[in-house]
Design a protein around this ligand. Sequence first.
Ligand SMILES: Cc1cc2nc3c(=O)[nH]c(=O)nc-3n(C[C@H](O)[C@H](O)[C@H](O)COP(=O)(O)OP(=O)(O)OC[C@H]3O[C@@H](n4cnc5c(N)ncnc54)[C@H](O)[C@@H]3O)c2cc1C
Length: 268
Amino acid sequence: MKINVLDHGSVEFIEMWGSDERVVEAARMSTGKGFQGWGRGIQCEYCGSLEEGSVCGATDTGQHKMGPYGPPGDEKLLASLYNHKHMTPFEMAGMVIEVKAPLFVFREWHRHRTQSYNELSARYTPLPNENYMPSAADIAQRVALALGSTNRQASGTDVEAMRALTTGVINQWRWDLDVVYARAQAVYEHGLKIGIPKELARLPVPVARYSRMRASAVLRNWLAFLTLRKAPQAQYEIRVFADAVGTLIEQKFPRTWELFAKEQEYGK
Ligand SMILES: Cc1cc2nc3c(=O)[nH]c(=O)nc-3n(C[C@H](O)[C@H](O)[C@H](O)COP(=O)(O)OP(=O)(O)OC[C@H]3O[C@@H](n4cnc5c(N)ncnc54)[C@H](O)[C@@H]3O)c2cc1C
């Protein structure tokens, strides 16, 4: 599964190990009982159908109502582990992803020391000419957010400049940025052509340039990353990548995700 992010970026699932079940199994090492099974499923309280959304004939009478059935199972243990921060069992599962993102996003991402990384090396391979270009609408929205927030991004003269910013001025800046990108690329390519070693020829490459990396982490550390980088305080450009990572975690570890999302109060 590959999720497109920003104008040229993506987050792609490569592989995973472990599962919600393996987390429970690891925790049960203390008693040697292993994974016992998930309990409470969903069942129609009227007809007993186990299929959510299925029609049991009682729909018209309003009696068709899906509700929990069976005794609580290991989801109770999983919730207890998570809610009491007994986190080592969540190190028994993990995921590898491939990310294509601008260098300035990688710079923030690589601060997370509990992930393992391998990145494309511009010492050996010329970086493709792809640079992040925020849309005028995105920029305007960020200005509005900065003006409405209490953080230090908007203070003093910044506020006056921000208030005076028009779409025309934003587009002029974007045009200037495009010119800089084109000039930087020309210097890069010229350097390569005249024999400047790749490791030096790359010097003009902007931090907006897209690169690629593989990142691997255990489930516990993916959740720590998501806690910081899905938060509203995180810069938008890394936040949207974290959202994509979250989508993959939700898909691969749905029960752990449910507990995490509840704790983070997503959707509220
Ligand atoms: C909104 C936001 C703004 C930020 N602004 C800045 C900024 O202005 N300047 C800046 O430099 N950084 C900034 N950062 C980066 C931040 O300081 C962290 O480097 C980054 O979020 C990684 O967090 P971490 O250390 O918890 O993650 P990881 O490195 O993955 O570590 C995970 C956990 O492992 C433990 N750990 C790892 N290494 C050590 C160690 N050496 N010693 C003790 N415990 C360790 C800690 O418990 C840590 O929380 C910002 C981050 C965010 C989310």
